[in-house]
Design a protein around this ligand. Structure first.
Ligand code: GDP
Length: 337
């Protein structure tokens, strides 16, 4: 039962770009549990993902808009009247960013500037009226200058995606310094889940392993197995995004587990979930999946977030990969019914 005074507090309003992606869906669900009115930006009138978003976040209100189109963003802000904006929309697959470098720049870099400009115009220049979260990425560290990487580590991006995210990061800081925007960036290391796109290596492996278990495929083709990443659970990471915007003073934070694992370990865990210990016969290496330039070992130092936000990851690497294999077994079985 709410008290009288609590009943009078209007719900906070959040506008999320990238709502159809993994992070948008987890963040939308989190904000729904916190009683937010949630608005999600979607591109295209008959976007096939709309039904899925409405099923996962029933209270959501979807607005049409495109990160390439400033006036559509201003229009969305006029309807949503957000207290908080989460800019998660991007061309987010590193491998694709070499093939579509210009589009990556247009959306992943210039899209951030357009969102900030839309917020500036919408608030008539008083950018302290809205809080803005920018989804920055560990790919900005690329050829790393130090290990582990923290908020003070210099950037050296190694892909068009990393370069675009670096622009987004600095333009967010620039609006904070130029216009007093209440804006910050989360430098998130890789974060995965059963909702991850099939092109990312964790999901590619979890789905292939599930299909191998069901006799639907006989091998998986991968690139470089030696790379190491700091992989966390997306459901934990969206909580950090929300916490960042609740602080009195906004700062940028690294969000990571602080642990690295190789693709060899990923394969060990995924195959052992289906009781295969010697998986070598099921894995082929394919030059198509090697990258023109690879980032070094990325591992984050999230101690600032641990201290100031009280944030810590809850789901460990083994649990994450087992969750993904189990979910893909369920998905693939449901397709057979
Ligand atoms: P990223 O860190 O955002 O690029 O996430 P990905 O999941 O796409 O890739 C993580 C690492 O896995 C990269 O270093 C890739 O080079 C490596 N990798 C090796 N084989 C594959 C593969 O078949 N697909 C993908 N996506 N990555 C692979």
């Amino acid at each position: 039962m709410y008290s009288q005074s609590e009943q009078c507090i209007p719900a906070k309003r959040a506008l999320i770009t990238g709502i159809t992606g993994q992070d948008g869906l987890y963040l939308g669900q989190l904000l729904a549990t916190k009683g937010y009115e949630i608005f999600g930006l979607v591109r295209g009138q008959s976007n096939p993902k709309i039904a899925m978003v409405e099923q996962i976040i029933p209270s959501i209100q979807l607005l049409e808009g495109d990160l390439r189109d400033l006036s559509s963003l201003i229009g969305a802000m006029e309807i949503a009247q957000p207290n908080e904006i989460y800019n998660l929309g991007a061309i987010s697959f590193v491998g694709l960013s070499w093939k579509q470098a210009e589009l990556t720049g247009e959306i992943t870099a210039m899209g951030v500037l357009r969102m900030l400009e839309a917020a500036r115009i919408h608030t008539q220049g008083d950018m302290s009226k809205v809080r803005f979260y920018q989804a920055s990425s560990s790919e900005m560290f690329g050829k790393v200058r130090e290990t582990p990487q923290s908020e003070t580590t210099a950037f050296h991006p190694r892909s068009p995606y990393g370069v675009a995210k670096t622009f987004g990061h600095y333009i967010t800081i620039n609006y904070r310094e130029s216009y007093g925007a209440l804006a910050c960036s989360g430098i998130l290391f890789n974060h995965e889940s059963p909702r991850r796109g099939f092109e990312f290596v964790t999901r590619k492996v979890s789905n292939a392993v599930a299909r191998i278990a069901l006799g639907l495929q006989d091998h998986v083709a991968l690139g470089n197995l030696d790379v190491r990443r700091d992989w966390g659970f997306a459901g934990d990471y969206v909580e950090a995004m929300w916490l960042m915007l609740q602080q009195e003073e906004l700062h940028d934070y690294v969000i990571a587990t602080g642990e690295t694992h190789s693709i060899w370990e990923l394969l060990d865990i995924a195959f052992s979930r289906i009781n295969i210990e010697n998986w070598q016969a099921y894995v082929r290496q394919d030059p198509r999946f090697f990258r023109p330039a690879e980032v070094d070992v990325l591992v984050g130092d999230a101690s600032r977030a641990w201290k100031e936000l009280g944030w810590k990851p809850k789901v460990g690497f083994r649990e994450l990969i087992e969750m993904m294999v189990d979910a893909d077994l369920e998905l693939e079985r449901s397709k057979l019914r």
